[in-house]
Write a protein that binds this ligand. Structure first.
Ligand code: PGA
Length: 259
């Protein structure tokens, strides 16, 4: 049975100045997550705003923390005002990028087609992505959770030829930033479905090796029951990743679930 290293990933969204970043890093360094520093027991990633990638990578160079971006454009370069290419985010130190976060889909009209192109660009370069999917409240209430997740997942997987560079995040839209978390069973049901799709696509060994994160109001009080689920391999965390103490508690919970 394949053991997957838990991954605790923060998503800072549009938060923090450089001074606030410095304070976070210094506070986090003093927290149990870093003091215990169980290397390789848990992966710790943070997706910061573009403006912080370079400073964060420098500040975290000696810490077991990987800094990433929250988005990336699919084109190499060109007339795309306000966008950044993969080589641009790599140049300043990004080690991964989120793709297809529900806020991108909802507020910036990102379609499955765009998500597919972005995943394809990252796959071609062997660049790690956390590709996100999840249903809205209306979709859940009308019984469409699996249909919607299947559609979004198919769009992502259609271009995945190097699954070792892929992490998936199941984030029910109704649970993001709302304080409502999916129950552990609700999360596991969808994660198990995604796992089956991965195994169908890549075979048992490779399909079992791809990590599936849960996201949506994850906090120190609920992470343990989520990580205890067989197919929940970590968490993608917004609000609770902003305070070093909370983020540290989440990482320590990951250590406990570690292989
Ligand atoms: P939240 O955000 O933890 O604040 O709900 C999660 C996310 O959007 O990735």
């Amino acid at each position: 049975m394949m053991s997957r290293i838990p991954l605790i990933a923060g998503n800072w969204k549009m938060h923090k100045s450089r001074d606030e970043l410095r304070k976070f890093v210094s506070d986090f360094n003093n927290c149990p997550a870093i003091q215990e520093r169980r290397d390789h027991a848990t992966d710790i990633w943070i997706a910061v705003p573009y403006t912080l990638i370079e400073t964060a990578s420098t500040l975290c160079a000696d810490m077991p923390v990987t800094v990433g971006a929250q988005n990336v454009h699919f084109a190499k370069q060109g007339a795309f005002t306000g966008e950044l290419s993969l080589s641009m985010i790599k140049e300043v130190g990004a080690g991964f990028s989120l793709i297809g976060h529900s806020e991108r889909r909802q507020f910036f009209a990102e379609t499955d087609e765009v998500v597919t192109k972005k995943v394809a660009t990252c796959q071609a370069s062997g660049f790690v992505t956390i590709a996100c999917l999840g249903e809205t409240l209306a979709e859940r209430e009308s019984g469409e959770t699996i249909t919607v997740c299947d559609r979004q997942l198919a769009a992502i997987l259609s271009v995945v030829t190097r699954p070792e560079f892929l992490v998936l995040a199941y984030e029910p839209v109704w649970a993001i930033g709302t304080g409502k978390t999916a129950t552990a069973e609700e999360a596991q049901d969808v994660h198990a479905h995604i796992r089956n799709r991965l195994i169908e696509r890549f075979g048992e060994d490779v399909g079992s090796s791809v990590r599936i994160l849960y996201g949506g109001s994850v906090k120190p009080a609920n992470i343990e029951m989520l990580l205890a689920q067989k197919d929940v391999d970590g968490a993608l965390v917004g609000g609770a990743s902003l305070a070093a103490e909370d983020f540290s508690a989440l990482v320590v919970a990951g250590y406990q679930e570690g292989p």
